[in-house]
Design a protein. Structure first.
Length: 630
């Protein structure tokens, strides 16, 4: 299948497309694209001319095939007593109702709708957007008001959908308050959101809610009177489906834009083959829908395959009510396919085997991982302890930009090696390039690139096509450059070695150093800041910040606290730095570039700095080692 997928991609994907409903079929070549910027604008189109609707394919098509009463989602609340489920038929009715609500608020095809997460209703809201052709832009619930407003402004969203609050462990987060602050910032930024639809999730009076009658609408009130029938909008293959922001190395997030048909085919196919999905499976992905993993592998992929999924109301590692929570859920629903992140596995390893062995986990067949390189120890723990040495481990490498898995083993088919994402998925042609852009053969290490398009690849950066070309297609014309380094071993296995740009991967979430640095520099005592990633036993990497303060001022623990709070406020809780150290001077090249490589070694306490001949003033390094914090 792989051979066919790369030799005749049109035939391969065309056959897969036959499983989906198209209102109008396409004619001509399956792909039309240019990857080579030296020959003109970069573009990718797939099945252009066909019309379809992804929501119709997720729901109506499955219902028409006789699966209306199948469970689409089992939902587990923060409190284990709080659980419910929804069938495909019921989900369609809810989606149609919310589609009509959106229409009544004036939302039309092509309009952008921001969604600041809540739970089952989030899936309803995103599918409703897809049904009427509106473009959803979901913002992860851990982001701050400032991050949320930046994203609403960039896409000029007219509507914001949110909830009053959510629980994280025992902590109640007042989402609406953050949303209100973000809307205020949007107005100050010159764009006023016309409606804010709030779902009362907590529905208790303990939450103080400010209600602005011009803008605020209640989800439940609007839904009550909405009809549960709504015809889908037939969308062109290359019409946009959603925007999802990802960190950019300049510090300004990029709105990754995915389009209807290519994304649909790729989400469904990767979900089917990477997890060896079968109709009687119960599938459980622990991600938050606010990230791409949630988009592709909670909502679209599983629904397109008519799967039954477990969805949980909490992100990160559930230690509530105890560290066995995942395994209690696995046994409760007889989960067969489980998908999580290395950071979660490492966090669970800390509690030992006992909380895991309390449950049988005998239903498990395939265990997936995503988000960052998985270290072999965590891989082995996943395999031997969590999977009782009888499950396939699938280490799936991909990005917001790729839409779905691009390197992954196929369960029961690819012999695995702990820590390697193994081989390309169908339709993916990787290569390893040297610094000079030469394709390296055999065992080699260099830049990971992809040579031809696949259906799920992003089409552009929202509102900035040049940035799309600059970021992914300029370094090596003719190739898509994801920004990761990799190694190929003597057996042809690919091993991701980490980011090659200034990105830090904290618990599977990418953060740009520039974004954190600009938050630090806003403090009036900070003259300069440089941020690097430091290896962390659970998070993979954590933020280690070097700050140079103004002459004559004092570096105190209060300042450290203020700076941490500042970054947290700008980015959100998950971006809070672990370490802030006083750096009277930073190592710079003679041209003034901060030498992050040196700082990474200082953070690690590694005195073997390599070649420092380009450093302007080598004496700063000794001081940095002296001020190091642990
Ligand atoms: C899906 C997702 C993308 C970046 C990517 C890479 C890292 C993701 C990985 C992995 C090694 C894996 N990454 N999966 N590195 N092995 N299996 O995480 O998307 O948030 O856009 O991050 O994450 O560095 O380039 P996104």
């Amino acid at each position: 299948m792989y051979k066919q997928s790369v030799e005749d991609p049109g035939k391969f994907w065309g056959k897969i497309a036959e499983n989906f409903y198209f209102k109008k079929h396409h004619e001509g070549e399956f792909f039309d694209y240019n990857f080579d910027i030296s020959k003109g604008d970069v573009y990718i189109r797939c099945m252009e001319g066909a019309t379809t609707n992804i929501c119709y394919n997720c729901l109506d098509r499955n219902i028409n095939n006789g699966h209306g009463d199948k469970i689409a989602f089992y939902w587990e609340g923060n409190d284990p007593m709080d659980s419910t489920s929804i069938t495909y038929k019921k989900l369609l009715a809810e989606v149609c109702k919310f589609s009509n609500v959106l229409k009544s608020l004036g939302v039309k095809k092509g309009d952008r709708v921001a969604i600041y997460p809540m739970i089952m209703e989030l899936v309803v809201a995103m599918l409703a957007c897809a049904r009427i052709g509106a473009v959803h832009s979901i913002v992860f619930g851990g982001f701050s008001a400032e991050s949320l407003s930046g994203r609403i402004l960039d896409a000029k969203c007219d509507i914001l959908v949110t909830a009053d609050g959510v629980y994280r462990g025992t902590k109640l987060i007042n989402l609406k308050e953050i949303a209100d602050e973000a809307l205020e910032l949007c107005t100050q930024g010159g764009h006023t959101v016309s409606s804010c639809v709030t779902y009362y999730f907590i529905s208790s009076t303990s939450m103080q809610m400010v209600w602005n009658k011009d803008v605020d609408r209640s989800w439940k009130d609007l839904m009550q009177s909405a009809s549960s029938e709504c015809d889908p909008e037939w969308m062109g293959s290359e019409d946009p489906l959603f925007i999802l922001y990802t960190s950019g190395s300049t510090g300004i997030p990029k709105g990754v834009l995915h389009h209807v048909t290519g994304y649909m085919l790729y989400a469904a196919t990767t979900h089917k083959y990477s997890f060896d999905y079968h109709p009687d499976d119960v599938y459980f992905c622990t991600a938050d829908i606010g990230w791409i993993t949630g988009h592709t592998y909670i909502t679209y992929g599983p629904l397109l395959n008519c799967a039954t999924s477990v969805m949980v109301a909490f992100e990160g590692v559930p230690l509530f009510p105890d560290p066995s929570r995942y395994w209690a859920i696995v046994d409760k629903y007889q989960v067969s396919k489980f998908y999580t992140a290395p950071t979660a596995i490492r966090a669970l390893m800390k509690f030992g085997e006992e909380p895991i062995k309390k449950y049988s986990r005998s239903s498990l067949r395939v265990l997936g991982t995503v988000g960052e390189p998985i270290n072999p120890e965590a891989w082995m723990f996943y395999h031997t302890v969590i999977g009782n040495s009888k499950c396939s481990i699938v280490d799936t490498f991909w990005q917001t930009e790729t839409g779905g898995h691009v390197l992954t083993p196929l369960p029961g088919c690819t012999p695995t090696k702990p820590g390697s994402a193994t081989f390309p998925f169908f339709g993916i042609v990787p290569a390893i390039l040297s610094d000079e852009g030469v394709e390296l053969e055999g065992p080699a290490e260099g830049y990971l690139v992809f040579k031809q398009p696949w259906p799920g690849i992003m089409r552009t950066v929202y509102g900035d096509h040049q940035r799309f070309e600059r970021t992914y297609f300029t370094k090596f014309p003719g190739y898509y450059v994801p920004g990761d380094g990799c190694k190929r071993d003597e057996d042809g296995y690919i091993w991701i070695t980490g980011r090659i740009d200034d990105m830090i991967n904290v618990s599977g979430h990418l953060l740009s150093t520039a974004e954190v640095e600009s938050s630090l520099i806003e403090h009036n005592l900070v003259a300069e800041a440089a941020v690097v990633g430091k290896p962390h036993s659970v998070k993979g990497e954590c933020l280690y910040c070097f700050v140079t303060i103004l002459e004559g001022s004092e570096f105190t623990q209060d300042l450290v606290k203020e700076l941490k709070e500042k970054v947290r406020h700008h980015i959100g809780a998950f971006g809070t730095p672990d370490f802030i150290q006083n750096a009277p001077g930073l190592p710079k090249t003679r041209s003034g570039k901060i030498m992050r490589r040196v700082l990474r070694n200082v953070a690690k306490g590694n005195r073997d700095l390599g070649d420092v001949s380009t450093m302007a003033d080598a004496s700063v390094v000794e001081v940095l080692f002296k001020n190091r914090v642990e």
